[in-house]
Design a protein around this ligand. Structure first.
Ligand SMILES: Nc1nc2c(c(=O)[nH]1)N=C([C@H](O)[C@H](O)COP(=O)(O)OP(=O)(O)OP(=O)(O)O)CN2
Length: 163
C-alpha cells in the first residue's frame, strides 16, 4: 500500500488582470487584449510533524503576492523568437514585423518566456512559488503543479517533479 498527499490552494482572489498578445501558427500575432487570469496550485509531499504537507497559509500568501505582482500589467515575453522587447529609459518597445507597441516601463512585466501563453505563465508562477516556498522554510516538495485559467475553463498547467 502507498499513500500520497498534496495540498491544493485555489482562492477567489488569486486573480490577475493583465494584457498580453501571443503569436501562433507561422506568423499570426494577436492584438493586445486582456484576461482575468485565475491561478491555483498543488504542492505534493510527505506529511511533516504537524501532519501537513505544507502550511496552507504559506502557499496562500505566496500565491497572493505572486498574482499581485502581475495584476494590472502588460505581460511581455523576452525570449520570443519574433517579438522583440526592448527597454530604453522608462519605456518598453515591443515590435513584431511592422507593428510596434510602446508602454511605460512601470506598466509592464517582462517575463523570460518564449510566448505569454497560459502554459508559460503557469511555469513562471510555479518556479517563483517553488523559490519562495524554499525561502519560507519549505525546502523539499515532491511535486508542484500550477494552473493558469485564461477565461473560465481554458487552463494552461505546469507540473514539476523532484528527481
Ligand atoms: N494552449 C493555449 N491555447 C491558447 C492560448 C494559450 O495560452 N494556451 N491563448 C490563446 C489566446 O491568448 C486567446 O486570447 C484566447 O482566446 P479566446 O478563447 O478567444 O479568448 P477570449 O478571452 O477572447 O475568450 P472568449 O471566450 O472568446 O470571450 C489562444 N489559445
Amino acid at each position: 500500500m502507498s499513500e500520497q498527499y498534496h495540498v491544493r490552494v485555489a482562492k477567489e482572489h488569486f486573480v490577475f488582470s493583465a494584457a498580453h498578445f501571443i503569436t501562433f501558427g507561422d506568423n499570426i500575432c494577436e492584438r493586445l487584449h486582456g484576461h482575468n487570469y485565475a491561478v491555483a496550485a498543488e504542492v505534493h509531499g510527505p506529511l511533516d510533524a504537524n501532519q501537513y504537507v505544507v502550511d496552507f497559509i504559506l502557499v496562500r500568501d505566496t500565491l497572493a503576492k505572486l498574482t499581485q505582482e502581475l495584476d494590472h500589467h502588460v505581460l511581455l515575453p523576452t525570449k520570443h523568437p519574433t517579438i522583440r522587447v526592448e527597454v530604453a529609459g522608462q519605456e518598453v518597445t515591443a515590435t513584431f514585423e511592422e507593428r510596434r507597441w510602446v508602454f511605460p516601463l512601470g506598466d509592464c512585466v517582462l517575463l523570460e518566456v518564449e510566448n505569454t501563453t497560459a502554459e508559460l505563465l503557469a511555469r513562471v508562477l510555479g518556479e517563483r512559488l517553488h523559490e519562495r516556498l524554499r525561502e519560507g522554510g519549505y525546502a523539499s516538495p515532491a511535486a508542484i503543479t500550477v494552473s493558469v485559467d485564461e477565461c473560465n475553463g481554458q487552463e494552461g498547467v505546469w507540473s514539476w517533479t523532484a528527481d
